[in-house]
Ligand binder design. Sequence first.
Ligand code: ADP
Ligand code: MG
Length: 252
Amino acid sequence: MSTASPRVTAAADIPASSAMTTPAPIIRLEQITKVFYGEDVETHALTEIDLEIRPGEYVTVAGPSGCGKSTLLSLLGLLDTPTHGRYQLKGQPVEALSFKERARVRNRTIGFIFQSFNLIGDLTVAENVELPLTYRGMPRAERLDRIHAALDRVEMAHRAKHLPGQLSGGQQQRVAVARAVVGEPTIVLADEPTGNLDSKNGALVMDLLQGLHESGSTICMVTHDPRYAHRATRTVQLFDGRVVKGEDLVEA
Ligand code: ADP
Ligand code: MG
């Protein structure tokens, strides 16, 4: 029943090949190993990790305390470097980046949320959220618009002039989420973001992450909380520094 012309238009808009193939991974780890060298002990935090994360995935990382979850997230977020192995971020080998380029990629591509919030205590809420934008040299008017929008999104605009110490833990984490997303990063990394929160505030933060995922962000989150693992498209299970299982929970 279809005529030739709509088919031609559709084919011109969306090449069949790109519509059919899965997107290239945004994160690709090959044989990543991380060893911490202490005074007399070596800690093998990660051993030969292979991992691919595709754009728009919501991946949770689970496993017992000390199995390497935070180390993995730090490597993904370019906060630390592997001892061995290769890391490609958006198809680019991270090892080849200069110190300055790494900082730029981290600033533009990655938003990080920590268990302990990590807000700067003597900056206001708005100034904390502004930091990733300041590093980019963005004009002030645009910065203010973005800060307001990010704080609105986490329902913290009414506390813009407060200091972190004047806020509850849940409020601080909402500000940390605003800081992580204000620059519209492609990837959001969250390390036990609800670990220090009561269940109500934990649920709020998880809802925010879910909203980010639905609006297209790629998310990789460490969590112990089984209540939220099912929201992810996939769980990566770590044990003793190795991936033991990658389970597809739903179609990505
Ligand atoms: P998890 O987040 O799963 O609890 P981590 O990634 O924090 O685990 O730690 C993995 C292992 O690496 C642990 O044995 C930990 O003690 C060790 N480790 C983590 N960071 C460091 C560090 N900076 N120096 C030495 N050892 C570390
Ligand atoms: Mg940890």
